[in-house]
Design a protein. Structure first.
Length: 105
């Protein structure tokens, strides 16, 4: 989840800041950007404590362009998300979340 929230960027700052304030990880006096980043950091810490992997295994590099193409085609402006990503943004997102630690890159 932290990668998705980071990928939304400033389009999600206000809502994440509000969530962070309610969760007690930031204050109303923080800027939206600072509050959002504190909230995302708190999620990362929670994931670590719960031993949730930071990356996803099984993503094949060669498949990423096709995955991004299909994800972009599936996107719908009616989705309740702060930002729909372009194919290029989706490709970069997949590269960031992929765990290739078992491969010799």
């Amino acid at each position: 989840m932290p990668y998705v929230l980071e990928a939304y960027g400033e389009s999600a700052y206000n809502k994440l800041h509000r969530l962070g304030a309610v969760a007690g990880v930031c204050t109303e006096n923080d800027t939206p950007e600072a509050g959002a980043k504190k909230f995302i950091s708190a999620i990362r810490e929670l994931n670590l404590r719960m031993e949730i992997p930071e990356k996803i295994t099984g993503i094949v590099k060669e498949d990423i362009p096709l995955m991004a193409k299909h994800a972009e085609k599936e996107a719908n402006p009616l989705y309740p998300v702060p930002k729909l990503m372009t194919r290029d943004e989706l490709e970069q997102f997949y590269y960031r979340i992929a765990d290739w630690s078992d491969e010799n890159d």
